[in-house]
Design a protein around this ligand. Structure first.
Ligand SMILES: N[C@@H](CCC(=O)N[C@@H](CS)C(=O)NCC(=O)O)C(=O)O
Length: 355
């Protein structure tokens, strides 16, 4: 011991290794790494950027900011997801709301990652890629020398055998806008007139809540955990007060911002409270949030995108977070009861003309 500091030569060697080599796929080769090993800096969790960011548009013309795009076609694109994952779940929710179930097939991974990351119970046949079990094959089929993480969700192009996009925030917009004439309806979860309001909520909710719970759960330093949990509950308090007076985040219309909030709320009491130690309060203890959560859960199509068993097993199965991987029995949550929000005026999801 020197100057009150205990030195662990092994752990500093491990830290050095992490800097160069902590992602699971290195030059296309898989190495077994615990989730988030590459994303902890100074005890705090910093999420990596998603690398595949192409677009799909109705006619293949470039996407937003001139992004390279291919044309929407029924049956050509597929979603690879895990029900435990909130990022994947928001793409599933938008697929359901937009009536894209027949046009875009879904492949659901097993609820938690094994030594080769996300994997599928049955063999998958990703078009040109052929049969595979492991999700990382989608990444190496797209780029044989890929270095990084093999995350869900993936929006996959069967025709070209490659990942179009692996950023859920993009995929939500692609599903909303890219499949006009193929989607089962004309609903618009990101209407022009509400964009500033939606963007404001997204900017509030992503760092403090959607990613805030991960910053709490993956923190390896007390200060990083404390800060993250404070952010989580400050945001929940503010949103609860807002939703006591407004039906949805952006007022009378249900939008993309509500879907982004929903996927975190539905995981909160059964997973984040325990596994990620976000335990100042349950969602169920708030005034407006429980009814709001029930309303969105009971929205046509949404309950089918939620698998509570996978959520619990997914989070309590994360090795670094819960080494025994024992899944707790409780708490029991009531999401089928009446939402009780009819006193607040709401118009549902807007159509493209915001009628
Ligand atoms: N920015 C990505 C994040 C996706 C993500 O982190 N997914 C997690 C599951 S919830 C994952 O696949 N992690 C794999 C790993 O960390 O190796 C998105 O929103 O699409």
């Amino acid at each position: 011991m020197t100057n009150g500091t205990v030195r662990f030569p092994l752990s500093s060697a491990l830290r050095r290794e992490r800097k160069t080599d902590a992602v699971p796929l290195v030059n296309g080769e898989w190495r077994d790494k615990p989730p988030a090993a590459d994303e902890i800096k100074g005890g705090a969790f910093h999420r990596l950027e998603s690398p595949f960011r192409d677009w799909i548009t109705p006619d293949g013309s470039p996407g937003p900011d001139g992004k390279s795009a291919s044309a929407a076609e029924p049956g050509r694109y597929e979603l690879y997801i895990a029900y435990s994952c909130p990022w994947a779940s928001r793409t599933l929710a938008v697929r359901a709301l937009k009536g894209l179930e027949d046009a875009i097939a879904v492949h659901a991974a097993e609820p938690f990652m094994g030594s080769e990351g996300w994997h599928y119970a049955q063999e998958q046949n990703g078009g040109a890629t052929g049969p595979f079990h492991n999700h990382h094959r989608l990444y190496t089929a797209t780029d044989a020398a890929f270095t990084g993480k093999a995350t869900v969700p993936v929006l996959w192009d069967r025709a070209e055998g490659r990942i179009v996009n692996n950023e859920s925030a993009d995929i939500v917009r692609i599903l909303n806008d890219g499949f006009i004439g193929i989607a089962g309806n004309d609903l618009d979860l990101y209407p022009e007139a509400l964009r500033p309001e939606i963007d404001r909520w997204n900017d509030r909710i992503y760092p403090a809540l959607n990613n805030g719970v991960y910053r709490a759960g993956f923190a390896t330093a007390q200060h990083a955990y404390d800060e993250a949990v404070r952010d989580v509950f400050e945001a929940l308090d503010e949103i609860d007060a807002h939703l006591a007076a407004h039906r949805y985040l952006a007022g009378e219309w249900l939008t993309e911002a509500d879907i982004r909030l929903f996927v975190t709320l539905i995981r909160f009491d059964i997973a984040y409270y325990g596994a990620f130690k976000c335990n100042l309060r349950y969602i169920d203890e708030y005034a407006a949030l429980p009814g709001y959560l029930r309303e969105i859960y009971q929205w046509p199509g949404i309950a089918g995108t939620v698998n509570l068993d996978h959520i619990k097993r997914g989070y309590y199965g994360i090795r670094t977070v819960n080494p025994t991987q024992i899944v707790p029995i409780g708490p029991e949550i009531d999401i089928d009861g009446p939402p009780g929000r009819d006193a607040l005026s709401g118009k549902g999801v807007a159509t493209r003309t915001l009628t």
